[in-house]
Design a protein around this ligand. Structure first.
Ligand code: SF4
Length: 357
């Protein structure tokens, strides 16, 4: 039997990540280095290392940013308290929060205003959850998985709603919601899905191929929630084994012993060039046949933050003029987009689009 790779699609960059990385690149271009970024702009080592090499300084909090300097808030969002701290120090802020995270912030504000207890399903300590809960800390309780349901206490069981982090496992979240509903039968649902389109699409694509795979490799960093979830989804859906890697050097050759079919995907913060490096590694070990498993097409592009649009006098899309390119027809993917003298992070998504962890 021929050794083969099943390549999940959609994979890689989502519209929110694309916008966040483009925002930092545009800020560097407009204002020069250093540009400060609070937390990792997206949860990917390669992206962070590349931006650092161009003069971006990543900090844990705004009090590390010199007064009057520019600071970009990451795609994961920040609480109102962080905005206030930055304003109090006279920092010039650019907010690269993904619009789909902002949508959940708005839901928290609305339900808090209406007197609800908000049960926020998400992972303790994740930056997105800290920012979202910070919109109404008196109303929000974190529910970190089904096991946490028993310890939830609410003021009025008829005014309870669940919301969620955007990058969770769909299946595990539904399991948590079912447990919550057993305890609180009048539990209200979010107005629309909080788990974002990109997280859902990548999980569906991995599920579609996992049962055929002896091994699934997910390209992504360990602090990338949606990437870690893809490994779990692959195992739940029948893959014999699954691992998360940032680079080909992290692949243990023993993982390939006796393997005929490798499934490959990447998290929403992963540039396509890293997937191509894994494909090259696998081709060198006899996995030359590559078959894409396509479960959805993604066309979403977000506008740049308005603070940045002002700097650029009318740029209206996250697709910077420097590398504006037509949508590629299916199957004609272009990778390795180069906007900075050969040093650009590969921004293009897996589907020939600039898509935003
Ligand atoms: S994974 Fe979803 S919520 Fe996170 S940046 Fe991408 S599109 Fe936005």
């Amino acid at each position: 039997m021929t050794k083969r790779v099943l390549l999940a699609r959609p994979r890689g960059y989502c519209a929110g990540v694309d916008r966040a990385v483009a925002t930092v690149e545009k800020a560097l271009e407009a204002h020069g280095a250093p540009v400060y970024v609070r937390k990792q702009i997206v949860h990917n080592r390669h992206v962070v290392d590349t931006l650092e090499s161009r003069g971006v300084v990543f900090v844990d909090d705004t009090d590390e940013v010199p007064a009057g300097a520019i600071v970009v808030f990451s795609a994961h969002g920040v609480s109102p308290a962080v905005h206030e701290q930055a304003a109090a120090r006279g920092l010039r802020t650019i907010d690269a929060t993904c619009p789909l995270v902002t949508k959940v912030h708005q839901e928290v504000k609305r339900f808090a205003r209406d007197g609800y207890d908000i049960l926020l399903i998400g992972h303790q300590g994740h930056e997105e959850v800290e920012g979202t809960a910070g919109e109404a800390p008196q109303h929000v309780q974190l529910v970190d998985g089904p096991e946490a349901v028993d310890s939830v206490a609410v003021r009025d069981p008829s005014r309870v709603v669940w919301l969620s982090q955007t990058t969770l496992s769909v299946d595990e979240t539904l399991h948590t919601v079912a447990r919550l509903r057993q305890r609180f039968p009048e539990l209200a649902d979010p107005p629309s899905d909080d788990i974002c389109y990109a997280t859902q699409n990548r999980q569906v694509a991995v599920k579609a191929m996992a049962a055929e795979c002896d091994l699934v490799l997910v390209v992504g960093s360990r602090n990338s929630s949606n990437s870690v979830r893809l490994v779990e989804v692959a195992l739940d859906a029948g893959a014999r084994s699954a691992h998360l890697v940032d680079y080909p050097q992290e692949i243990d050759p023993r993982w390939l012993d006796g393997v005929q079919t490798v499934g490959l995907s990447s998290g929403a913060s992963v540039p396509e060039l890293l997937v191509q490096q894994i494909l090259d590694y696998l081709a060198g070990r006899g996995f030359a046949e590559v078959q894409e498993i396509v479960t959805a097409e993604e066309k979403l592009v977000f506008s740049l933050p308005r603070e940045l649009k002002r700097s650029f006098g009318g740029v209206s899309s996250a697709r910077p003029s420097l590398d504006a390119q037509p949508q590629q027809p299916d199957g004609e993917r272009e990778t390795g987009g180069n906007r900075h003298g050969g040093k650009s992070i590969d921004q293009r998504g897996a589907n020939g689009e600039r898509g935003g962890d």
